[in-house]
Design a protein around this ligand. Sequence first.
Ligand SMILES: [Cu+2]
Length: 396
Amino acid sequence: MSIQSSTLENPGDVVFSEVGTVTISLIVKDSLGLDSNQTNVTININAISNNQAPTGHISHDNGDGSTGTVTDIIITEGADILFNSNIIDLENDAISYDWHFQGAIPAISTSPSNILVNYATPGNYTVTLIATDVNGNSTTFPNSPLNVTVLAKAPILPAFRSLPLLTPNIVNDVAKYTLDVEENINVTIDTPNGSWTTPMMRYNGLSLQPVIAAKRGDKIEVTVNNKLTTSNEETTVHWHGFKIPGVEDGGPDLPIAVNSSKNYSFTMNQSAAPLWFHPHADGTTATQVYKGLAGAFILTDNITETLENNQQLPSGSNDIALLVQDRQFADDPNNTGIRNLVYSSTGASGMLGNTILVNGVEMPSLEVSTSQYRFRIFNGSNARTYDFGLDTNEPF
Ligand SMILES: [Cu+2]
């Protein structure tokens, strides 16, 4: 639980025996002992008489040059006085007082019942309440200082996004797909700290990398059109982990030139597996994957189908592909809303990005039900390896 406010409850009574101005200071210090907030409440006791209702005046000094509300009160001898005030100071820390006076004049017992302090930034604080009388004598209220730990607020996480499933065209029992290889596709990157746009390479102009689903025995035909006309780069589609003939496997020896096409044709004849595909052209494999060309290929077979039908394996919307990729984005000093990808490789060791995206989103949040889920995790990063676990430190 994150605490964003604290209450100094019933700080106790301090007795003043002198008529005049009384200042009550609420001092909030951070863990370094620096003043993070100070507010003063000044009480002027103007008319005092054992048989007369005195008038009082309360004003606030927030300690940072800003002033709060000024309130006149009537202090009635022998009666309780409740005074409420809300102050927002320049540091945007809100402090509210809930004062409780007893007007036994001239001996004034001052008893603020609750003091609420709101904190703008996390950290450790001490909250002290000090009363200073007309002669400058200070007394710390008996129940202060109060030690407060303010934890960081849980960030509002961006929504999880599912990878889009491609729909085949079934012709004569063959599942036909088309992959247009495109660049300068404006992709929205959502993070806990805001969103921006990044021009990327993509298949079919999709904002996310696609998924192809197939079953063992399926005949697949994929037409790939190289539309990388700006960068003028060759590409291929390599079917990572597929048991298919070499000529269909999109190696660097069979590139697709710009404005050219190639048909990949194969039959899936292997056990169920989470597979993936990505470019494998000579010299541009790493950068094209980094810029966004990749896709998941979910292969099922009779065994997985039986397990799913018997509810022994999660299926449907409980079977979720996660594409994990680290990226680095350029700064946006002029607030254009566009942040370009930065690729800086040191030789053959590749590069490590400082932003880890899961399905194109940093730290996505997915509402789940109390049932089993199957996550197919694909590491599509350039050089980074991962040790996945739960935030309870339990391993997968
Ligand atoms: Cu590969």
